[in-house]
Design a protein around this ligand. Sequence first.
Ligand SMILES: C[S@@+](CC[C@H](N)C(=O)[O-])C[C@H]1O[C@@H](n2cnc3c(N)ncnc32)[C@H](O)[C@@H]1O
Length: 268
Amino acid sequence: MNPESGQREMAPPGVDPTVPSVARMYDYGLGGTTNYRIDREISDKLWAAAPDLPALTHDGRRFLERVVRFMVEAGVDQIIDIGSGLPTANNVHQVAQAINPAVRVVYVDNDPTVHIHAQALLSGDERTRYVDSDARTPAQIINHPHTQRLIDFTRPVGLMYLYLLHYIADADDPYGSVRRVLDELASGSYLVISHVTQEGTDPHLHATFQKVFSGVIFRTKAEILRFFDGWDIITPPGMVNVSEWSATGDAPGEPRALRAWTAVAIKP
Ligand SMILES: C[S@@+](CC[C@H](N)C(=O)[O-])C[C@H]1O[C@@H](n2cnc3c(N)ncnc32)[C@H](O)[C@@H]1O
């Protein structure tokens, strides 16, 4: 319902405005307008427990820019971004192609709102494509015609799961799904993960998440490190909070009420 008029909010076909969307809540945190009342209500409850949550959302985007720049300057010219979210400022392909216009990017997300907006943003861009798929169906992502056309799996790829894997329960085998993609990648490929954790997170905020948005799995550092098994984590910085990750030591590292372990690794 629209809060002003009492009417049901308008939404494009395939999008239910009464079901909360992580992508749209994240958009709200970034100051975007692609969100509905349900997204704002849940976000507002979380922000009441931790007013710096939107700042953490911005930390995530700044990290995205740093890590994409890092990979492209290291020579990566093909990127798969799983759980890409709604288009905003400085999307992966824009950051990457500003450094090397030849970089190819495949975005993947399972949210219908993201699908609509990504299609609109990317129409006409032959080096960047959106794949409407799910991180839990890795073979479908790998075998999708867009992925097969843009990504050469015999050469290094930058694979990104930013703020995504904490939405996938162990029962859905996130480790197996990530491993399926990693096994496809050539030596010299990069794996980037940021993942919220209870370690260092304000207990009041954690309790609020359990109450208003229980689909987030707060894994431990050890559990998150398991995603990188067999790969070489880039050290320094190693696995650090999202705002602290920088290969050149120039990240501000501001403490937030919600912590997110973050690392980048290379396939040996
Ligand atoms: C918090 S947003 C992060 C967006 C972006 N990665 C970033 O860091 O700016 C998480 C995104 O993951 C997507 N997502 C959640 N579960 C997913 C799944 N099983 N498969 C694909 N995408 C998923 C959501 O739709 C949302 O767009």
